[in-house]
Design a protein around this ligand. Structure first.
Ligand code: BGC
Ligand code: BGC
Length: 833
């Protein structure tokens, strides 16, 4: 894009930001002078005077490339498009840079068509370049924001943003939906890694650096090296109760702004051109319908004069709205509508709402004015077709050595050393190193979500040309120094190694699919302690271990820390895995190569249920404090940590704060286990083992679970019953799942069914054989079953027992209750509604 002076605006906004910072966020003290440049405003007026209502409404849309053709862009006067996570030219994940540019050209030319009845207005294409240009094969992918927060280096952040802007510009795309300015307070949120810090201070500083790097500073703003940035998600996305994705942030206005809006002040100060609205609610009302915060506060008081864009189908969540019909969101002040697929009916509905006066014409004019203002101000009108722009198609810039060097620096600076007993690190590169664990040679895992695909799943190392795994870096280091690196995922070896580097962590996830649910805690591998077993076996063999944790959030890893000599939180470092070895290993001459400098930007939990622990809390008591991080100069010993993990039933029992599930807790008097015989005999299981011809049931010492051993051809069932009838019908409307915590104790044949009973002849059942068979014997498993599976034959209003289990052959199984849960994840066992 071409140069366009923003100097005047910048002065005004600096002054207003100073004003802002000096005062409270409420009241008219928030007032900021409106920043506008005369010639731009004149041009907007003259363009608007040629536009019909249909053209204006088309400008306000942002469909997704999978759901709109260039011809439709021309026909419907569409103002913007996006590619969602995992959307590529021609649906080809390996699309070349030239193919990206060619597609951008097609949409651009469609938007500039001069057919009669059209006003040519350049289209603006947005993408989620949230840790580098992460939808494009071969791009430089940086650590996710949580790692950048630990690096706490604003100058580095600006460089990262500049590189991201360049790589995006190479593909002919104009705009990124970044930075995320969430200040995450409950680490169970699946988007914790998209946040720089739990503390507003880092977010506030970084917001400015990021926007300056992406858009350019005033002197070179929107030169061909830059793209448009987005401050998202306005506002309170990181403050939802229970860390629920798209949940509710319950706070006073001043707390909301003090904690969650700090990044917006600095982003606006750096002239961010767009703001994306949050899926979340503020005090029970969806942000997408929040006129007060969007119009009165953001647009009027904070004087934001750019584009307010909605999130992906976010308008459909406003009360009374659907994805293609939401006057309330327009009237609340949203200007550009990310309606990825149902955009045609959105046009029809919006047209009729304007005609009937439900949406005032003045609101449409304001929205289009802002869209044109951003397009004019950023030079899009003069930029020409994407392929003609300075950086377009220069594929040598994508993933260039220079760019990767900056990413490697970011990786090194993001690492936080949590434990280094007996100076285990740095390692000599002359040693014989065992490199173990699922993450050791796993570039997809290093990258987490928002990587090529939306969830970051379905990728292999080969999808990252130019990138490197952690193992690769170790191998290069030690082989050049005469040492050896043996890669063995499960830790097996023939020659005993001098030391083991174990790389483990979370599998990729994005958004709600990464939420930690009610019955789960922050405990790492709670149900299958495979890393712990690996560390234990290495310890037994006397091999010192260095554990490198790849994760999108702090996790409760006390047991694993105890079994490791050194422990590194590496977050989600991106494509440059080899940079980790720069810090773990000495130089060939035995000096420290790169020391650790990363410091926790998120407090580290001291127990598995401590998901809400933030610096400044009145009862602040983390395991490792905000700002903690050892260096090679520190002689600090981490003593044996408490190993009391989460209860089998998870955390809410301890915190006394259930979300909204119905808990089936065997330790309470409400719930009781019964053996029900075919002859109609019901035997309660209390404290003792009960042996019947069909089945033996034994409660465990805690009372939280029972072991049930079914004999072959058993006619009996085991049920968990409530002392009163339970009404499950209201849960049905919320896609509820029944989640049962079970453990199969030995291999079994035959079928197993889970039933709901509501009194004869009322019941429904689901075959759970396959789901049980999929899990390892001896491991706890949460079996989630769609409530809808039970609908045929069941009166959900009067359930006696939500969990009745039968087996057609011998089966030994442990049952530990569970919950009936409002679903935000697809169930293991699903049924058509
Ligand atoms: C996310 C946004 C993202 C958008 C477009 C939404 O689901 O919440 O952060 O920018 O999708 O992919
Ligand atoms: C898109 C993402 C988007 C998500 C929202 C996916 O299909 O690819 O970009 O954020 O849907 O649910």
């Amino acid at each position: 894009m071409k140069n366009h002076s923003l100097n005047k605006m910048s002065v005004v906004s600096v002054l207003s930001a100073m004003l802002l910072q000096a005062c409270s966020v409420q009241d008219d003290q928030l007032a900021m002078p409106v920043k506008q440049v005369d010639d731009v405003e004149q041009k907007i007026k003259s363009i608007m005077s040629t536009m019909t209502l249909e053209q204006k409404i088309g400008q306000m849309l942002q469909p997704e490339i999978r759901s709109i053709t260039p011809a439709e862009v021309e026909q419907y006067h569409i103002g913007s498009i996006l590619n969602g996570g995992g959307a590529f030219p021609a649906n080809n994940k390996h699309a070349s840079i030239q193919e990206w540019v060619a597609l951008a050209d097609e949409y651009y030319h469609a938007s500039m068509s001069r057919k009669p009845g059209r006003t040519p207005i350049p289209i603006i294409w947005g993408t989620d370049a949230v840790h580098g240009h992460n939808n494009v094969i071969g791009a430089t992918l940086f650590p996710h924001n949580i790692g950048l927060g630990a690096a706490n280096n604003p100058a580095l952040i600006e460089k990262i943003a500049q590189i991201t802007a360049k790589e995006v510009a190479v593909t002919g795309i104009d705009w990124t939906f970044a930075p995320t300015l969430a200040v995450v307070r409950d680490d169970r949120w699946g988007r914790t890694y998209e946040s720089y810090s739990e503390d507003p201070a880092i977010v506030k500083t970084y917001a400015k650096s990021m926007v300056q790097g992406l858009q350019g500073r005033a002197s070179d703003a929107f030169s061909s090296n830059h793209i448009v940035a987005t401050a998202k998600h306005f506002v309170g996305d990181g403050g939802t109760e229970f860390g629920d994705d798209q949940g509710n942030t319950q706070l006073s206005e001043s707390e909301l702004f003090k904690i969650h809006a700090q990044g917006y002040y600095t982003a606006l100060d750096a002239d961010v051109q767009t703001v994306m609205v949050s899926y979340s609610s503020w005090n029970g009302q969806k942000m997408h319908g929040q006129k007060y915060l969007i119009t009165d506060v953001l647009k009027n008081k904070m004087a934001f004069d750019g584009i307010v864009v909605s999130d992906w189908n976010g308008i459909g969540q406003v009360a009374g709205c659907t994805n293609d019909n939401c006057a309330a969101a327009i009237n609340a002040g949203i200007d550009l509508f990310m309606v990825p697929d149902t955009w045609k009916t959105w046009i029809a509905n919006t047209l009729s709402q304007v005609k009937s006066g439900i949406v005032p014409m003045s609101r449409i004019d304001d929205a289009v004015t802002r869209i044109l203002r951003v397009k004019l101000r950023t030079g899009l009108f003069e930029a020409g077709a994407p392929s003609t722009r300075e950086l377009a198609g220069r594929s040598e810039l994508v993933g260039s050595t220079a760019h990767r060097e900056v990413a490697k620096q970011a990786v090194r600076e993001s690492l936080v050393l949590l434990k280094n007993n007996n100076d285990t690190l740095p390692l000599s590169p002359e040693l014989n190193i065992l490199v173990a664990g699922e993450g050791a040679d796993n570039i997809p895992m290093q990258n987490g979500g928002w990587t090529i695909s939306w969830q970051g799943t379905g990728n292999v190392n080969g999808d990252f040309p130019g990138g490197s795994s952690i193992y690769q870096g170790i191998k290069d280091k030690v082989e050049s120094a005469g040492g050896q690196a043996l890669l063995s995922k499960d830790g097996h070896y023939i020659t005993k190694p001098d030391v083991a580097v174990v790389v483990v962590g979370e599998q990729p996830y994005t958004e709600f699919l990464g939420d930690i649910q009610n019955l789960e805690s922050l405990e790492f591998e709670q149900k299958n302690k495979k890393t712990l077993r690996l560390l234990q076996s290495l310890k037994e063999k006397g091999i010192p271990t260095v554990t490198v944790l790849l994760s999108g959030r702090p996790l409760w890893v006390n047991k694993e820390i105890n079994k490791s000599d050194a422990f590194v939180a590496a977050w989600l470092p991106g494509t440059e895995g080899d940079a980790i070895a720069d810090v773990l290993f000495k130089t060939n001459s035995g000096d420290v190569n790169h020391d650790f400098s990363g410091k926790l930007s998120f407090s580290w939990p001291g127990d598995a249920c401590q998901s809400i622990v933030n610096v400044g809390d009145a009862d602040y008591n983390p395991l490792f404090q905000y700002g903690y991080g050892l260096t090679y100069q520190d002689k600090h010993t981490v003593n044996l940590l408490s190993e009391k993990g989460a209860a089998l039933l998870g955390c809410q029992l301890q915190s006394g704060k259930p979300k909204s599930p119905l808990l089936v807790d065997l330790t309470t008097s409400q719930w009781q286990v019964f053996i029900d015989s075919a002859a109609g005999q019901h035997t309660p299981v209390d404290h003792n083992e009960i042996i019947t011809p069909d089945v033996t049931v034994k409660p465990d010492q805690t009372g939280m679970s029972v072991t049930a051993n079914f004999n072959p051809n058993s006619q009996s069932t085991i049920s968990i019953r409530s002392d009163e009838l339970v009404n499950l019908l209201p849960y049905l409307a919320h896609n509820a799942t029944l989640n049962w915590l079970v453990r199969v104790n030995s291999p079994f044949k035959g079928n197993v069914k889970a039933r709901i009973d509501c009194g004869l002849p009322c019941s429904g059942d689901v075959d759970i054989t396959d789901a049980l068979q999929r899990n390892s014997v001896g491991e706890w498993q949460t079996l989630s079953i769609d409530l809808a599976c039970y609908v045929p034959g069941t009166d959900l209003r009067k359930v006696i027992s939500p969990f009745v289990i039968t087996a057609s052959d011998a089966l030994s199984i442990n049952l530990a209750g569970g919950s009936i849960n409002i679903a935000d994840k697809p169930a293991d066992i699903q049924c058509a509604k």
